[in-house]
Design a protein around this ligand. Sequence first.
Ligand code: GLA
Length: 395
Amino acid sequence: MSRSGSGETAARVNALREKFAKAYGHRPEGIWRAPGRVNLIGEHTDYNLGYVLPFAIDKNALVAVRRKSQLDPGSQVLDFASTYGAGGELPITSITVDELVPRAVPGWAAYPAAVLWALNQLDGVRIGGLELMVDSDVPVGSGLSSSHALEVATIVALDDLYGLQLTKVQMAQLTQRAENEFVGAPTGIMDQSASLMSQAQHALFLDCRSMETQAVPLPLAQHNAVVLVIDTRVEHSHVDGGYAARRANCEQAAAALGVESLREVHSIAELEAIADPVARRRAKHIVTENRRVLDAVAALRASDLGAVGKLLCQSHESMRDDYEISSEELDAAVEAAMAGGARMTGGGFGGSAIALVKRERIEPVSQAVREAFDHAGYVEPAIFTVIADEGAGRA
Ligand code: GLA
């Protein structure tokens, strides 16, 4: 069992318990928590079976659940409610287990529904009727993995309640299947893994081919530094075409080189064999980004935050120029916040950037970003610091 230390989460847990009781007429059996993430470095490398270095953040999704088995044993009705933007009343959406058809559930309920569906694809597993209520403070569409946090909170809850004893790797794979097949977003395995496997004050070095992990200490306190998130509030979505197109480019590049994945390519000289210039540039990002992850792990272990910062900047340039997933707002955020190193984080096409910043520079850097956005006529960004938190568990 893991618990988040934050008092804010504790208050949300209590409020959620009350709201659940009000909506459903009795208390939940439990409440489970799953964090969002930032990715320090290693972008779009996951579905190329490469390396990533994310960490879970102190913003999370909470899911309160009660099985209907005690009161109404035969029930196959799933009741979903959410505190998202809700006033006094929390409307309940009801759907039967057999109505869980891929891509047919609209809105936020698609995420817990997707997990239920994925679990029910397993031999010998039958998740029946239940009551569920979610509450999340991971900003939606921010590139901080709000949807995966919901899915992970749901799977740890159901694993616990139904005694499934799934491993974290199995849970990551099942939530990926939920996201790919049920929600219809062709995402990789980084976000779920970060939400499930992270340790407080550490980044998670994940090899997406072997699924081996190492917790790498983040020497931020020693350097009086923080990770600042700049949410451009330009929403991104992986159901849209850009993400899938990048995946297809990478598959095309790997096929042209006769390798199973771009993970197997170690030098950019090898990429000359790719005839298509777009596929070649996309592959260049992946090959160089994998190298940067390994370099960043070494730099963190050597407590060389300056070197990490340089790698973040190189990573951003590579995503901007070779992978072409940045946006004007993300570029402006990175440029204005450059100080100790900055880059966009997550899938791209909107969402958030991160910057390494000395504590005493938080205000001036934030101000510089706000001014740059104001000057360019962009929506005001949301700027906040994040702490590397522990992975999902019972709240
Ligand atoms: C999204 C996906 C991840 C990963 C990143 C890019 O967050 O969910 O699987 O591909 O984009 O690194």
